[in-house]
Design a binder for this molecule. Structure first.
Ligand code: ZN
Length: 521
């Protein structure tokens, strides 16, 4: 069953006899069911002939091959290229000039969805060593196919007008959809896994066709402003630009420049590449940092490395190895300076692993991974787990409203009096104004921000030293709150104690973000 509606019969006839393949005929006739597209090519061709010429089984259309002969030739599609070449030669010298490669799909729905091609895909996927439980196919097509399709649509409209009917362009089945209908079940059978439209594993096939490359060029003279050079694009004739121009151009203008039927190409579409890719996987956890010489991220100044390692590297090296990813993005709930330790339950972080080849891990696998990371004496991680992309937002959410706890070792110029410490102990919800610190001005804009010091607690050490425990609004610059940053933070510990104060050591005691969820060990 071809499932072509009777009203499209004239369209089918016009296309089929002008060098359009039977599958493209189905598309332009708006056949929205996959089954007919999946019929073997030869069978489909014969069915279509029977449908179009039920009485004769033959045609007398002047410049086309008799359908029976055509079917015979095209039935050889699955054969090796030698046979195909021989057939091509035969066709080339054939006085009837039978159309070979479809003038709409350029062979994609003919030769490029046969078993041979599927095996090519299979080999590529196997050699790239991905782990996946389902897949989806994506197709990248040359832009000029849109011009040919537009041409077919205009012709189909002509035919429909004879019946006083219209054909909406949007009802034509897109080439890539028809292609996927045919290809995906074949691949699924070979892989032994299902094709799922929302799969995280994508097999992308990329086609180009040099021979018809210039099909779309006339559009640039008609719709100049649709074709503007864009960065990173080799050609101005992108799909987007062509779609825009086709939308704009008048039907008469188009027909004049690109009349029906489009030429039948001598060559098939070229397969440029088969690209496998897996959607990113996200891993989250919390880290402690015990070193005062370890930056959070690689510290490079003018191309020169300043510190040997970083929190980011110690964590991601192990992740990258396990997930076999191409690259990663590291993020965290705030950051600490290189000389600041992060203690307590640690700081939440998340790593986006891009194009991972391995993605299925048990809880035990993640525990083992955590242990591996924790062999370092500079950092420790906990609650290491795979999370969703959406969950990452919990980490950044309300970052400003959260509280953070610190402990610091302070020095004062004058000898410390009991009253000085009492001032600090008694301060509650102290409002301070911080101008962007001098030390971060090179990477942050100058701004004045209001911050809250919720509580402070002191511990006398000696005449010139004491420990300060602070609970503050997230985003408070603690070092500047202590020494005042040349009057850029007011009030500050120095101004409150009427002396010069400095900070010798700082530790983050807790980051109050309830994410990621704690795991029991
Ligand atoms: Zn076709």
């Amino acid at each position: 069953m071809l499932l072509i509606e009777e009203k499209y019969k004239l369209v089918a006839k016009a296309l089929f006899h002008s060098g359009t393949c039977p599958r493209c005929v189905l598309r332009v006739c708006c056949v929205g069911f996959p089954t007919p597209y999946r019929l073997p090519y030869k069978e489909l061709t014969e069915e279509l002939q029977k449908y179009l010429e039920p009485l004769h089984g033959d045609t007398t259309d002047g410049d086309n091959a008799p359908p029976n002969k055509k079917a015979k030739l095209e039935g050889l599609d699955g054969c090796g290229s030698e046979v195909q070449n021989a057939v091509k030669k035969m066709q080339d010298t054939d006085a009837t000039k039978a159309p070979k490669t479809c003038n709409l799909c350029l062979g994609i729905l003919q030769n490029l969805c046969e078993t041979e091609f599927v095996i090519k895909i299979l080999h590529k996927v196997q050699s790239s060593e991905y782990e996946f439980k389902d897949f989806v196919v994506s197709v990248s097509l040359p832009a000029q196919l849109l011009v040919r399709e537009h041409c077919a649509w205009l012709q189909a409209q002509e035919e429909m007008r004879k019946l006083d009917r219209v054909l909406e362009k949007g009802n034509i089945i897109q080439l890539k959809d028809a292609y996927k209908w045919i290809l995906q079940p074949m691949i699924a059978k070979e892989f032994g896994v299902q094709a799922v439209s929302k799969s995280t594993f994508e097999v992308g096939v990329v086609f180009c066709h040099d021979e018809t490359e210039e099909d779309s060029h006339f559009l640039a003279t008609k719709c100049k402003d649709c074709f503007k050079p864009t960065k990173n694009k080799q050609s101005i004739f992108t799909r987007m630009a062509v779609i825009k121009a086709l939308d704009k151009i008048r039907d008469d203008d188009f027909r004049l420049q690109f009349p029906w039927p489009p030429t039948s190409p001598k060559t098939l579409c070229d397969l440029v590449d088969i690209q496998c890719s897996h959607a990113p996987v996200f891993v989250a956890g919390r880290y402690n940092k015990y070193s005062r010489t370890l930056p959070q991220t690689p510290w490079v100044i003018e191309g020169e490395r300043k510190m040997e390692s970083s929190v980011e590297e110690l964590i991601t090296e192990q992740l990258m190895a396990l997930f076999k990813a191409d690259s990663f993005n590291f993020s965290s709930s705030g950051r600490e300076d290189v000389d600041v330790r992060t203690l307590g339950r640690g700081r939440p972080f998340a790593v986006e692993l891009l194009n991972p080849h391995k993605v299925e891990f048990t809880k035990q696998d993640m525990k083992d991974l955590q242990e591996k990371i924790n062999r370092s004496d500079k950092i420790k991680v906990r609650d290491l787990q795979i999370v969703t992309r959406e969950a990452i937002s919990h980490m950044k959410e309300g970052e400003e409203e959260k509280t953070k706890c610190y402990s610091a070792l302070l020095w004062t110029e004058k000898a410390i009096l009991k009253e000085d410490l009492e001032i600090l102990d008694n301060a509650k919800e102290l409002e301070i104004v911080q101008k962007t610190p001098l030390r971060v001005l090179h990477r942050r804009p100058l701004a004045g921000r209001l911050r809250l010091i919720h509580t402070m607690r002191t511990e006398y050490v000696d005449e010139h030293h004491f420990r300060l425990y602070l609970k503050t609004q997230a985003g408070t610059y603690i070092k500047e709150f202590v020494h005042g940053d040349f009057g850029r933070t007011v009030p500050n510990i120095g101004s409150l104690m009427k002396t010069t104060a400095d900070i010798l050591e700082l530790d983050v005691e807790s980051v109050d973000v309830d994410w990621p969820p704690a795991l029991d060990d």
